[in-house]
Design a protein around this ligand. Structure first.
Ligand code: FAD
Length: 450
């Protein structure tokens, strides 16, 4: 699943072909629930020969498509160059959970970078979910968007941490966030595994692939152009940068590099700053709304507070979509179902015996600090990457930051661009074993419920 696929020989260089999808013929060959239920979408041409744009964006995930759409709305002539298909990376195969905030608590932002940084982070913390809701409404994107997410605790120390985090949110103006215990928590998630949780009515969940496909359609409706199956091999970073693929090039005034965990050799100095990490997801057979309503009475999506959490939710067609696990280095486990099903059974013992219809993995980009990396590698080449597994909402906000920076609005961009870059301990050779040791330590704390 993590291997790069190649364009089918029959893929025509025309954006007139509309693909429709089913389990037998999924989007981009991906064995995911999302790919099997993707909305019909045009097959975009491969980049052949030379093109010219104001801005060229590398990568059609949430970060790249979001920035491209924002720039097209601002009147720029934008070309997006994608190595596979729109949403092929983490954006089209994640848990679909809109979790507000960052991979780090606001308290940690203050501890690491001071009160001003905390204030600036706090002011942008809810922006991502707002952008999703705004685009879904503005462009009529059909992506099963639902309100509500929760982070759950299995022990008293974990619940105490969530109580502190709820307070933190209130201090940053998100007063709808609330803590619930026992029966009150069960009104949202009916599992004996938890003693309580932190509930966010303006979080939510959605069909991620259909959202990014909707962004792509909106972008094209504004005159934007997308090339698929066009992997960027390198970017000339001069005053007039050039994006190169095997068969073509794009000359632009500015380039945005948004390849995240899949960027690879196109910009080794950037991909070397992050560690690809895989996470695994399964989708069950259709269980039906009656059963799912007993488990998720309010249709909130759920994540637990552990260092390596389980995350799960209902789908619009009545399945349980359940994810978890991480593998540092971005590899697939021997059996995804074998890894995830035991977790699902712990959460819902009554579901032993349900069939798994889909199983897949995907890579996100982890940074050493767990803060996103954003900046410029030259006057004309910008990048954003490394939202560290917490990207559905964050990437929307960061995509907007990139677009603003192109437009000369640097203040918010600089909040992230000014964060110091800290390399992984152990360098390229030993960073994976170091991360495994770190995860083992935090996993032990999770098992002890602290
Ligand atoms: C299994 C899984 C579950 C997750 N669940 C959640 C969740 O529930 N909630 C949450 O907040 N976050 C979640 N995340 C994280 C979230 O999905 C990511 O942070 C986010 O999608 C990253 O978006 P992106 O656009 O930066 O990267 P991607 O979506 O990976 O997009 C990068 C794109 O760039 C393309 N590309 C790369 N290199 C090149 C190149 N050289 N030339 C051309 N194109 C290139 C890739 O093909 C890809 O399409 C999950 C991640 C995974 C993997």
């Amino acid at each position: 699943m993590n291997a790069t696929t190649t364009a089918p020989a029959s893929a025509p260089n025309s954006d007139r072909v509309i693909d429709t999808f089913s389990p037998a013929s999924p989007y981009a060959g991906m064995p995911t629930y999302y790919a099997a239920s993707a909305n019909p979408t045009p097959r975009r041409p491969e980049l052949l020969g030379e093109e010219r744009a104001d801005i060229c964006v590398v990568g059609a995930g949430f970060t790249g498509m979001g920035a491209a759409l924002e720039l097209a709305e601002r009147g720029y002539k934008v070309i997006v160059v994608e190595g596979e298909r729109v949403g092929w990376g983490a954006s089209g195969r994640n848990g679909g959970q809109l979790v507000n905030g960052y991979s780090r608590r606001m308290l940690e932002v203050r501890q690491h970078y001071g009160a001003e940084a905390e204030k600036a982070f706090g002011a942008m913390a809810l922006e991502g979910q707002g952008i999703i809701r705004e685009r879904v409404a503005k462009y009529g994107i059909a992506c099963d968007l639902r309100a509500g997410n929760a982070i759950m605790a299995m022990s008293k120390p974990q619940l105490k941490t969530l109580a502190e985090r709820t307070e933190e949110w209130h201090r940053h103006g998100h007063t709808q966030m609330f803590l619930a215990e026992g029966a009150a928590a069960r009104e949202h998630i009916n599992s004996d595994r938890y003693i309580g949780g932190m509930f966010d009515p303006i979080g939510g969940h959605m069909h991620s692939l259909n959202y990014v496909l909707g962004e792509a359609a909106a972008f094209e409706s504004l005159g934007g152009r997308i090339f698929e199956y066009s992997r960027v091999t390198h970017v000339d970073r001069g005053a007039e940068p050039v994006v190169h693929t095997a068969k073509g090039k794009v000359r632009a005034n500015k380039v945005l590099v948004c390849g995240n965990a899949y960027l690879g050799d196109a910009a080794p100095d950037l991909s070397g700053r992050v560690l690809p990490v895989s996470s695994q997801v399964i989708a069950t057979e259709v269980l039906g709304d009656d059963l799912l309503e007993t488990l998720f009475p309010t249709n909130y999506c759920i994540e637990d507070i552990r260092y390596i959490p389980d995350y799960y939710r209902r789908t619009a067609d009545g399945r349980l979509l359940y994810g978890g696990g991480t593998i540092y280095g971005g590899f697939d486990p021997a059996s995804i179902e074998g890894k995830i099903l035991p977790q699902l059974h712990q959460t819902f013992p009554q579901l032993k015996g349900v069939k798994v219809d889909f199983q897949w993995s995907g890579n996100f980009a982890l940074t050493m600090t767990r803060y996103p990396q954003m900046g410029r590698v030259s006057d004309s080449v910008y990048f954003s990457q490394g939202d560290s597994g917490h990207g559905v909402t964050t990437t929307q906000m960061l995509g907007r930051r990139l677009a603003e920076a192109i437009d000369g609005q640097m203040t918010k961009f600089d909040v992230f661009a000014s964060l110091p870059y800290i390399p992984f301990v152990g360098g390229k050779l030993f960073r994976v074993p170091y991360c495994v040791v770190g995860a083992w330590y935090y996993g032990m704390r999770d098992r002890l419920g602290i």
